[in-house]
Design a protein around this ligand. Structure first.
Ligand code: GBH
Length: 501
């Protein structure tokens, strides 16, 4: 294995398969967590009537779905997988497939329908999450809980613009987080403050693809700052008042795909770093390193809101681990585009020899590139030096939604994807010495603006009857996770793999 640091500082990692045969591999931790990941808005709803009766307040996604044209197939967050009724069945299924953990999110407007500090709570919503957590513990799944997976209470958006109003939203979000620590923290030991703040900022407030559907080149940077401060405010509250007595941990999860330079030219290597800065460094550099990436400062100037001294202190050590969602890899060229959110780089999948880096998935942005995943894990661990919790990884397979029933469950492409990605994860841990502590796949669910069309899941959901059927990948993935991550490797002589980084 060689690690090539370019003159531009961008890490180019090249795994050499033979080198590690002579190394003693460290084990994956015996408490490695694996299973399925979901989000409240993507799976809970059983229909408009049931949602109304449940006492949940509307989120910005309810309003977004109400507006025709926003959701590709006209589907609605109110009717997704009916997890609200079927959670016991879902938990039993995950357990039977071999999972040892379940990652889900709490819907803020289900707990506090209007969302604000001092607004009333919804006892039915609290009962639901109490039951969900208890059921997980009863069957032996570790609950891994996201506080915010995009479903902002609509009322807060109406009151003051939601994430655009830093002071108000930080106060309300922190109150909501505190409510959850109080209610569930005696049983929940793994907390994520936010899922993919980049999506809320850019997709929600930059290109308008996600709720609330704003198009702007100034709002995303403001929203990004509010999200970071809200994250830090809630996590520091947890560390101060709950961590000692509840014994849990808290962090943030970021989306980020590996950016591989198209070729070794200095411009393309630099462009790959710049794309990574805009996707990951925007949040991770601030939270873990205390500053924005220089490339963002250079490009955005005054539009990038500054942090006060107090805010930087709050952000420092506010995430105990690096939470990572990743799906694919891009090849990056310096050729200038209009895409400011990608640092004006060109994102593609082709290499100079004319080949593509991975097979095409159902969605244009997704290719199966396991070696990119290994490089990403190395990059994140080297740059941020935190244990990594892999919180999402999945692929939507072409024609999955149109094929006949047997094809729904016979998802060879996804089996292959998970084989490759879990192998890459093992290599990153056992050969490269990266500290990875969890891995979560997906079940079919409401894919936001893409509606119910793309199927990312390893469990097929019939959206007419809500019936669940595990696909081949569910069995193979959980098998790999339970048997393929042996704890019998020698831990003693792993020092050279660690120092190789
Ligand atoms: C995840 O985000 C979400 O966390 C999860 O809820 C969702 O189920 C999953 O995606 C699958 O949809 O169309 O070219 O603009 C993944 C991060 C960032 C990936 C934005 C897609 C859009 C590429 N996403 N990206 S493009």
């Amino acid at each position: 294995m060689t690690i090539v640091s370019s003159s531009h500082g961008y890490l180019a990692f090249r795994g050499e398969p033979t080198a590690y045969l002579f190394r003693q591999a460290p084990a994956l931790p015996t408490d490695f967590l694996f299973g399925f990941a979901t989000a409240a808005a993507q799976i809970e709803g059983g229909g408009a009537e049931a949602e109304k009766a449940s006492g949940r307040g509307d989120s910005i996604w309810d309003e977004f779905c109400d507006r025709p044209g926003n959701i590709r197939d006209g589907s609605h967050v109110k009717r997704t997988c009916n997890h609200l009724e079927k959670y016991k069945e879902d938990i039993a299924l995950m357990k039977s497939l071999g999972a040892n953990s379940y990652r889900f999110s709490i819907s803020w407007p289900r707990v506090i329908p209007l969302g604000g500090k001092g607004d009333p709570v919804n006892q039915k919503g609290i009962n639901f999450y109490n039951n969900l957590v208890d059921e997980c513990l009863k069957v032996g799944l570790v609950p891994f809980v996201t506080l915010y997976h995009w479903d902002l209470p609509l009322e807060l958006f109406k009151r003051y613009g939601g994430w655009l109003n830093k002071e108000r939203i930080v106060e309300d979000y922190t109150y909501y987080a505190k409510t959850c620590f109080e209610l569930f923290g005696n049983r929940v030991k793994h907390w994520l403050t936010f899922n993919e703040p980049w999506c809320t900022a850019v997709l929600g407030h930059g290109i308008g693809q996600f709720a609330p559907g704003h198009v702007s080149n100034t709002e995303p940077w403001i929203v990004g700052q509010s999200l970071m401060i809200a994250h830090a405010s809630a996590s520091k509250l947890y560390m101060r008042e709950y961590k000692a007595k509840q014994g849990g941990m808290i962090g943030i999860t970021l989306n980020g795909d590996w950016t591989d330079p198209y070729d070794e030219s200095p411009e393309n290597v630099e462009a790959a770093q710049r794309k990574m800065d805009f996707a990951v460094g925007w949040f991770a550099d601030v939270i873990y390193l205390g500053r924005y990436p220089q490339s963002m400062i250079d490009i955005l100037g005054d539009r990038l809101p500054q942090f006060s001294r107090e805010e930087l202190d709050l952000l420092k050590d506010s995430s105990e681990f690096y939470g990572c969602n990743t799906y694919t890899t891009n090849t990056i060229k310096a050729t200038r585009t209009k895409d400011e959110f990608a640092g004006y780089t060109t994102m593609a999948f082709d290499k100079p020899d004319g080949t593509e880096i991975g097979i095409t998935a159902q969605l244009g942005w997704l290719r199966d590139v396991p070696w990119g995943f290994r490089r990403l894990l190395n990059y994140l661990y080297q740059r941020y030096n935190k244990p990594i919790y892999m919180t999402e990884n999945a692929i939507s397979i072409a024609d999955d939604h149109t094929s006949i029933r047997t094809c729904h469950t016979n998802d060879e492409g996804r089996v292959q994807y998970y084989d490759g990605y879990t192998q890459a994860l093992k290599e990153a841990v056992q050969i490269d010495g990266v500290d990875v502590r969890s891995y979560f796949g997906f079940m079919d669910n409401f894919e936001w603006a893409s509606g119910l069309v793309p199927r990312f899941g390893s469990v097929y959901v019939d959206y007419e009857t809500f019936e669940r059927t595990p696909k081949d990948s569910a069995t193979s993935l959980m098998k790999v996770c339970s048997f393929g991550f042996p704890s019998s490797y020698s831990k003693s002589s792993s020092t050279d793999t660690a120092t190789a980084l």
